[in-house]
Each structure stands twice: as structure tokens, then as C-alpha cells.
Design a protein around this ligand. Structure first.
Ligand code: SF4
Ligand code: SF4
Length: 292
């Protein structure tokens, strides 16, 4: 394959089996694959892929540092900071790193050139290999609130080299900014859900983000098929969203996952089904790319 393909795997809520699907898809791929765990608040794909990590680096945002010898305490930096992350109190400039977004506006607007930027570490990127799968993950430091910059840097670090390969991005649960950041720039979003009213509710939200906000094609994997009702099927049929795979409610899967085993390693008969899932995504994308 010449084109790269970026598949984001998401779900409107946690516990739907998103990482189960993401890791088993990666382990079933015949194509060279890059796997990025973008769930930086709780990365756990490594438990199943068991990569050998050989690279680690700190990441964060650039925050202002004031040279008080040059500062005239004019207050301009505080005026331009919409995040209230910098304040001038008498002859003191106070910086609140946990509020700072690293936008650089204060530095640009300081009339005295008294601000330079320093790295404020909010997390870590690690990478390595799980057999033929190149693996990367981001981890947000405990107590830090801003997951988006860590996800952005994880993607910037590894996605430019994805040419000619498939990249699988395991998104955080939910539909907030970290999920949007993970999906942004993907070619396809695979939404994992359960056939229950709660599953349907969260699927709707996730589909609105992927299709509505980002304009991306989506497909669905129904996990624990057989429990619940037909609401997810009806919704997908009405919205024209393809259901690409169904994973039955099976006690053996739950046991494998709780033992830290990937689904396709515990139950290899699922491998062709995940290969088929990838082929369906590839076909959907080929049709879409042809139509452009
Ligand atoms: S804008 Fe520059 S000179 Fe003015 S208070 Fe801020 S750091 Fe000091
Ligand atoms: S970098 Fe942006 S967010 Fe941070 S203190 Fe300066 S203006 Fe505020």
C-alpha cells in the first residue's frame, strides 16, 4: 500500500472494549502498523501489546518566565492572557503554570522583551516495538489537567513517519477535547459501543463529534453483542453508519482481558474477523478517496 491510513478507535464512554478492539486489530494486521495509545490519562494498551520500550522523553508546554530586571510591571502580559495564567501584583509577576495554555501571547506582547519561554513538563512520551508493531504512548503526569498537549505531541512525534503504513490511535473515552484531538486528522473513526441504551447514548455523542464536528467517516463495532436491545442497530441503520463487526458477549473474552491477554491471542479464531474489519475500513476509504 502506498497511502497511509490513520484509524482512530473511540467510544463515548469507558469500559466498552475500545482498547480490546484497538489492540486486537493491531495484532491482526498483515500491514506494517503504528499503534499510538492516546489515552494519556490512563494508557493501558501496553498491558496487552507488551511492547519493549526503548525511548522515553519528557513533554510539556512552553510557559513564560519573566526577567524581573527588565520588567517594568506594566501589566500588559496579564491583560492579554485570556486564561488568567499570569498576574502582575505590585512589583511581582505571578505565573500559574497549571492555567497556562502555552499560547505565547504574553511573550509576544511584552514591550520590554522581558519574557522568555521555558518548558513546563506535563507528561512523557515512550516508544518501542511490540514485535512488528511500532508502539508509542503518552502519559500525563499525575495532577496535571491538560491531556491535549501530550496527545498532540505524541501524534506530532510519530505520525509524520507513518507514510505507507496503518496507524491505529487508541482514543481516550468520552467526547471531550482529548478525544477530538485524537480524532483530528484521522482518515476513519471506529466507534466501539454496547447494544444498550447507555451505549447508544454515548455512541450518538461520539458519532456527532466524529462526523459532525470533524467530518470524518465512521463505522461501528458492537461489543458484547447479545446483551441489551436493538437501539444501536436502529440508530446505525437510520444514520447510514455501517456496523463493521459484532463481538458476542463471551465470558472467555472477559477472562482473557482480566488476565492481561489480548483477545486475538486468547482466542486466535478472532484474528480473521479483525483482518476482515480492517479490509472493510480499507474498502470504505478507497471508495471515499475515489469519490474526491
Ligand atoms: S508585559 Fe513585560 S514588562 Fe509588562 S509586566 Fe509583563 S513581563 Fe513585565
Ligand atoms: S503563554 Fe498564553 S496562556 Fe500562558 S501565561 Fe502567556 S498568555 Fe497566558
Amino acid at each position: 500500500m502506498a497511502d497511509s491510513m490513520i484509524i482512530a478507535i473511540a467510544s463515548g464512554k469507558g469500559g466498552t472494549g475500545k482498547t480490546t478492539v484497538a489492540t486486537s486489530l493491531a495484532l491482526s494486521m498483515a500491514e506494517p502498523t503504528l499503534f499510538l495509545d492516546c489515552d494519556v490519562e490512563e494508557p493501558n494498551a501496553a498491558l496487552f501489546l507488551k511492547p519493549v520500550l526503548n525511548h522515553s522523553e519528557e513533554v510539556g508546554i512552553l510557559i513564560p518566565k519573566v526577567d524581573e530586571d527588565r520588567c517594568t510591571f506594566c501589566g500588559r502580559c496579564a491583560e492579554v492572557c485570556v486564561w488568567h495564567a499570569i498576574a502582575v501584583v505590585g512589583k511581582k509577576v505571578l505565573i500559574f503554570p497549571e492555567l497556562c495554555q502555552g499560547c505565547g501571547s504574553c511573550t509576544l506582547n511584552c514591550p520590554e522583551g522581558a519574557i522568555h519561554e521555558v518548558l513546563y513538563v506535563t507528561g512523557r512520551l515512550e516508544s518501542g516495538w511490540a514485535g512488528p508493531i511500532q508502539f508509542g504512548q503518552g502519559t500525563l503526569n499525575i495532577g496535571e489537567a491538560m491531556a491535549v498537549p501530550v496527545i498532540r505531541q505524541l501524534k506530532q512525534r510519530y505520525l509524520p513517519a507513518v507514510y505507507g503504513r496503518v496507524a491505529i490511535l487508541d482514543a481516550p473515552p468520552g467526547t471531550s477535547c482529548p478525544v477530538v484531538e485524537t480524532m483530528r486528522g484521522a482518515d476513519f473513526v471506529l466507534l466501539v459501543t454496547e447494544p444498550t441504551p447507555f451505549g447508544l447514548h454515548d455512541l450518538r455523542l461520539a458519532a456527532e463529534v466524529a462526523r459532525g464536528e470533524l467530518g470524518l467517516p465512521v463505522g461501528v463495532v458492537v461489543n458484547r453483542d447479545g446483551i441489551g436491545d436493538t437501539g444501536v442497530d436502529q440508530y446505525c441503520a437510520a444514520e447510514g453508519i455501517p456496523i463493521l463487526m459484532r463481538i458476542p458477549h463471551d465470558r472467555r473474552i472477559a477472562e482473557a482481558i482480566s488476565a492481561g491477554q489480548a483477545l486475538v491471542e486468547a482466542l486466535p479464531e478472532y484474528r480473521p474477523r479483525f483482518q476482515n474489519l480492517y479490509q472493510q475500513i480499507a474498502r470504505e476509504l478507497a471508495v471515499r478517496r475515489k469519490g474526491r
